[in-house]
Write a protein that binds this ligand. Sequence first.
Ligand code: A3P
Length: 272
Amino acid sequence: PVAARIRFKILMLAYKAKHGVAPSYLTALITPLRDSDIFGVTYPKSGTIWLQQILILIEAKGDLTATKDENNATRVSWIEVIGGEKKFLLEPSPRLRITHLPYSLLPAGLKQKKGKVIYVARNPKDVLVSFYHFHDFGVFLETPKDFNDFFEKFMDGQVFGSSWFEHIKAYHTHRDEMNFLYITYEEMIQDLTDLEIDNVVEHSRFDSMRHNNKANYRTVSDQILNHKKGTFLRKGSVGDWKNHFTVAQSEHFDKVFKEEMKDIPLFFSWDI
Ligand code: A3P
């Protein structure tokens, strides 16, 4: 929408005039966020690219080809990079974004519980080491004189991304204002192996549970559950209501639902 883009440009200029730096396009973005938006937030060298990879793979339901077509940074792009706002406005849900921005520059909507924030933190000693090596590797960053030189700069917050301490403290202080998931790099490393994850998925499937007497209440006595009449894991589908409701009942239900839930912003899939 042209009007939104013009208002956006004005806000960008006003922000730059006041603060001397260009904001992230989303800091100034007035277009509302969506509940389905997901923002990964990290201090540099805490596992950003890893989180991008995981988000892409979850969105693509584990299909590896999804990560081959485009760079992670294109699929889950940086909100710091000016010029992404048009894509953001038009992109279908779920919109996945990543940022190193401090809490103060986070899009306002996220602070009103629109969308979700996943904050990946890493123990700062390892962050410091990783960042030190990255300063050698990254041509755009000033190569430190030696490790101690970088150590001092990091401790003073005189590095790209500012102070590690300030970054994490602000997010932690304001965590309840957001839909906020905090997870650490170390937890992610210790997480389940591929085989273990496969097993969890396999054994939580409807059919597996239906045939697993330890998970389906089959061992509960006939005095309590009449096993001749059915199974606890009955159908496990979305939309079975359509096989039972009349049109009139469905309409009546919709009316009551709308009234009862008007102040509760929760949404359900009635069909998939
Ligand atoms: P090291 O330099 O310690 O190896 P970022 O993406 O935030 O810049 O973080 C980069 C760090 O995350 C690097 O740390 C990198 O090796 C590590 N990393 C990236 N993907 C990873 C993965 N799948 N498993 C473990 N560490 C990963």
